[in-house]
Ligand binder design. Structure first.
Ligand code: HEC
Ligand code: HEC
Length: 276
């Protein structure tokens, strides 16, 4: 009997439960692929990602007059990362921009988009985050020039994205999963992206090589481009005329976008209406 109770306890303890390898694999493909979490969360030096510091935070993202954000440590370190958070708490932080202690996160963490991240993808991402090496790396607090709202919206209960058509799948990839429409859309009056004009180009952003303007990638911006040229821009960072595109767009991550998803993404971009 005692052995039975012990076994039941072991099975009920989440920390001892075996992670589902398929879920971790899917999460890895998302985090290091189209979601590109490390583009912000992995600190960088002149040679790119600092070795041994995957997702350990500390990268400073500054937009003068708006914020000086410091990306969080999202490795499983219990003190300086998110190792002590439950799965549900991590998903709330990603989708609702709120930490377990109630403090809101600020930009540029793209929670406007992650709000609509499906349950399946959210759980896969969390499973992968739990599997990466814990890195002890205390990170300074972000500071924001504008007041943060009391909340970004009502609690998110459960999300099941509509993925019936290529355009719907592409919209899901370009928005909630890959936040392409974050950089590439104009700002609205409320400080969030104006998604009625999704893809029509965003205000300049500061990359490691200086300010750069995210161009129009709607049916108008990409008029005359072949699918191969669009895929090459996204995966390899080479524009239609052969010019090398500069960061912070995460080309190295996007190189991993599989063929089928790239087709859906392109179908969506090609269907985006021009500016009104
Ligand atoms: C464009 C940059 C950017 C991207 C992309 C991004 N994040 Fe963040 N994230 C941030 C910043 C900056 C913060 C800290 C915000 C603050 O201090 O208020 C943050 C905070 C977080 C937090 C809260 C952790 C804590 O201790 O406060 C979690 C969890 C998180 N991000 C997970 C993710 C995941 C998972 C992804 C990919 C699916 C991701 N982020 C993509 C910039 C980004
Ligand atoms: C962090 C901001 C950011 C994100 C996220 C981002 N982009 Fe970009 N993108 C840019 C910038 C800036 C440029 C222009 C770079 C340059 O001019 O060197 C660009 C260029 C492009 C181009 C080439 C357009 C042209 O006229 O040369 C395409 C296509 C594109 N992005 C598609 C995407 C897609 C699809 C995604 C999501 C998978 C995405 N972008 C995510 C910032 C971003």
């Amino acid at each position: 009997m005692r052995a039975f109770i012990l076994l039941a306890l072991l099975l009920a303890t989440p920390a001892l439960a075996q992670p589902d390898p398929e879920l971790v694999r899917r999460g890895e493909a998302l985090v290091n692929g189209i979601a590109a979490c490390g583009n912000c969360h992995t600190p960088k030096g002149p040679q790119g990602d600092l070795p041994g510091m995957g997702l350990a935070g500390g990268l400073v993202i500054e937009e003068p007059g708006l914020f000086r954000a410091v990306a969080s440590n999202i490795t499983p370190d219990r003190e300086t990362g998110i190792g002590a958070w439950t799965d549900a708490q991590i998903i709330v932080a990603i989708r609702e921009g709120r930490r377990p202690d109630g403090r809101l996160l600020g930009p540029p963490m793209p929670f406007q988009f992650y709000r609509d991240l499906g349950d399946a993808e959210a759980h896969a991402i969390v499973a992968y985050l739990r599997s990466v090496p814990a890195v002890r790396n205390p990170v300074a607090a972000s500071s924001f020039s504008m007041p943060l709202p009391p909340a970004y919206g009502p609690p998110v209960e459960s999300v099941t994205p509509r993925l019936a058509t290529a355009e719907e799948r592409g919209a899901y990839l370009a928005g909630p999963v890959g936040h392409c429409m974050d950089c590439h859309s104009p700002m609205g009056a409320n400080g969030q992206r104006d998604l009625s004009r999704a893809g029509q180009g965003g205000p300049p952003i500061t990359g490691p090589l200086g300010p750069v303007v995210p161009p129009d990638i709607t049916s108008v911006g990409l008029r005359g481009w072949s699918d191969v040229e669009i895929a090459r821009a996204i995966r390899e960072g080479v524009s239609r005329d052969g010019r090398r595109l500069v960061p912070p767009m995460a080309f190295a991550n996007y190189a991993r976008i599989p063929e089928g998803e790239m087709r859906d993404l392109i179908a969506y971009l090609r269907a985006l209406p021009a500016s009104r």
